[in-house]
Design a protein around this ligand. Structure first.
Ligand SMILES: NC(=O)c1ccc[n+]([C@@H]2O[C@H](COP(=O)([O-])OP(=O)(O)OC[C@H]3O[C@@H](n4cnc5c(N)ncnc54)[C@H](O)[C@@H]3O)[C@@H](O)[C@H]2O)c1
Length: 310
């Protein structure tokens, strides 16, 4: 019998605790929740462990303020950091979260040197760059979660507009995780039919705009935090693709070295995820307009990376 997988979730806040719930309910492996706040990861892990008999999941759930329990994790989801407050941009979080991610990565490298990192902390693309540089891990083991969430938002809005099952709808979003993201209706489909043939341009423009502002819409409703159910679900879809070696193509933040004409920067692109983490970056043809939008999005990421000097 093979050993059970182990997944560490750093940050036991809204996204982290919800990720632990999805991981456990899908029985993807034992889960270790880590946070700096005393008692919170322990309390949430215990609470989730007590739901196991009802929900029928056989995984071990542990909370901790240190990293001993995380030893030899297969996948580490990093959600540690401060979330956005209303009126605050993702970029305001830059320096504080860079310090937090640096500390977390140092511990992970020490305890789980072979793990695959899924970065969630914002500003996402810059935090990926911090994690890659600090860990010294190869680029296939440091992947950012943004595109799965952004495209899920777009799928949700498209399914609503088309009045069809969300399962029928695929959507493609490229670029950085920010206001400059590039949703691509041309590569988005309903039961295989491009949505550009099914919805008028004004409606698609509206959906593209709402997708790009998807995070801010929820921040302005919640007032005291940012989205967490869909973000955590998205990070667990990536984890599942890796642990089950699914070779699943998902939009992720990946370190580009020449792909899409971008060099030395994390940007959201279609990726194949499997046991080795990011196994392939898939290049698709873009129109001139789309290419310009992607370059603009990359430039926004580059600005943040320059501020941090990573
Ligand atoms: N990539 C995305 O699409 C996406 C989506 C949603 C949220 N986020 C980001 O994810 C992060 C978490 O969001 P949240 O809503 O869960 O916030 P939250 O405040 O609920 O949780 C963050 C947790 O991190 C903990 N933390 C802080 N410093 C730490 C450290 N050094 N080590 C371990 N834990 C530490 C905090 O104590 C807190 O419990 C934020 O940066 C947010 O902007 C990203």
């Amino acid at each position: 019998m093979g050993k059970r997988n182990k997944v560490t979730v750093v940050g036991a806040g809204n996204v982290g605790a919800s990720a632990a719930l999805w991981l456990a309910s899908k029985e993807l492996g034992d889960v270790v929740l880590v946070d700096v706040i005393e008692g919170v990861p322990q309390g949430k892990a215990l609470d989730l462990a007590q739901a196991a008999p009802i929900e029928s999941y056989d995984v071990r759930l542990v909370g901790a303020n240190s990293y001993d329990e995380t030893k030899n994790s297969d996948v580490v989801i990093i959600t540690a950091g401060l979330p956005r407050k209303p009126g605050m941009s993702r970029d305001d979080l830059l320096r504080t979260n860079a310090e937090i991610v640096t500390k977390v990565v140092d511990e992970i490298v020490l305890h789980s040197p072979n793990s695959i990192l899924i970065i969630v902390s914002n500003p996402l693309d810059a935090m990926c760059q911090v994690a890659l540089r600090r860990s010294g891990f190869p680029k296939n083991r440091v992947i950012g979660m943004a595109g799965v969430l952004d495209s899920a938002r777009m799928r949700c809005f498209l399914a609503e507009a088309l009045d069809v099952s969300v399962e029928n709808v695929t959507a493609f979003v490229l670029g950085g995780h920010g206001d400059t993201m590039v949703p691509l209706p041309r590569y988005s489909t309903c039961a295989g039919i491009p949505v550009t043939e099914l919805l008028p341009k004004e409606k698609l423009d509206q959906i593209v705009k709402r997708t790009a502002g998807g995070g801010a819409e929820i921040v302005s409703l919640l007032k005291t935090g940012s989205a967490y159910y869909a973000p955590s679900s998205a990070s667990v879809e990536m984890t599942e693709a890796i642990l089950k070696d699914k070779k699943k193509i998902l939009p992720c933040a990946a370190y580009l070295e020449g792909e899409y004409g971008i060099n030395g920067l994390y940007v959201g692109v279609p990726c194949k995820l499997g046991a080795r983490g990011l196994e392939q970056i898939i290049e698709i043809n873009l129109t001139t307009e789309e290419r310009i939008a992607l370059q603009k999005s990359a430039a926004a990421v580059q600005e943040l990376v320059n501020v941090l000097g990573v």
